[in-house]
Design a protein around this ligand. Structure first.
Ligand code: ATP
Length: 246
């Protein structure tokens, strides 16, 4: 609930380890609200989240230590340099300094941020801010990755590398949860999906199963059939008509 507004209703989900789990849904469907609840950024008004048998309401700190979170907006800690931001995470997660240095060197090289370490985040482009946040989220080497639209703004190389990292993490038996509006990425990357519509779960299952419901169709077509406007063609042709008459 946000004040009187119900953002999610009757949401019940089991998210497996060792798989890439994707959240899909139109703007305002409740993806970020679900994710923020999972990572304890906001508190649900009813129900609970259970991680490794631990209830989030009773074990907030212990669970947070397991989670690396990329929020939906990278416009955070703008006054800090990238390095100050990573230092902040290092102390919050109590990462030993040698380990931090080794991990940071690898991540900074991977995301091509070597020349930007001492630049204030405020001076970064959107994609560079996103890279700084992704590096920060992965720095503690968390078991559970929760990434809210992580590819937004990343250049093709960084997006490709992040997808590879996500797959490798899942293959280690770890948990990877992310949201996206990019249905081609979801089709390529996700093993399991949750599709939300106006705060309700309308699909939870494997991508393979969903694709098998309409053989020969892409995830985009199937998704739009489930979630999209039914009168699309009419609206588009009306708009085309008005453009043509101008
Ligand atoms: N801080 C807030 N205060 C009030 N209502 C909010 C707040 N954040 C989200 N909402 C509402 O909760 C609902 C779900 O929003 P949420 O951000 O979870 O959607 P989303 O699926 O992540 O959307 P998007 O794809 O646009 O990021 C929306 O109706 C939104 O208006």
């Amino acid at each position: 609930m946000y004040g009187q507004k119900v953002a999610l209703a009757d949401l019940s989900l089991e998210i497996p380890s060792g798989k890439i789990f994707g959240f899909l849904g139109h703007n305002g469907a409740g993806k970020s609200t679900t994710i923020k609840t999972l990572v304890s950024v906001i508190r649900q008004t009813s129900g609970d989240v259970v991680v490794d048998g631990m209830k989030l309401t009773d074990n907030r700190l212990a669970i947070k230590q397991k989670v690396g979170y990329v929020p939906d907006s990278p416009d955070i800690f703008l006054e800090l340099t990238a390095n100050d931001y990573w230092d902040l995470i290092t102390s919050a997660y109590q990462i030993p300094s040698e380990l931090k240095q080794a991990r940071l060197e690898r991540l900074v090289a991977l995301f091509n941020m070597q020349d930007e370490i001492d630049t204030p985040i405020a001076d970064f482009s959107h994609g560079m801010r996103q890279k700084a946040i992704v590096i920060g989220a992965l720095l503690p080497d968390p078991d559970i990755w929760v990434l809210d639209e992580p590819m937004t703004g990343l250049d093709p190389q960084a997006a490709y590398d992040l997808k590879k990292l996500m797959r490798a993490h899942a293959e280690k038996g770890k948990m990877v949860i992310f949201s996206t509006h990019d249905l081609a990425t979801a089709e390529e990357l996700c093993d399991e999906l949750a599709i939300l519509k106006k705060g309700e779960l309308i699909y939870n299952g494997s991508v393979a199963h969903l694709l098998s419901t309409m053989p020969e169709k892409s995830l985009e077509t199937i998704y739009l059939n489930m979630v999209g406007r039914q009168s699309d063609t009419k609206i588009v042709s009306e708009l085309e008509g008005s453009d043509a008459s101008e």
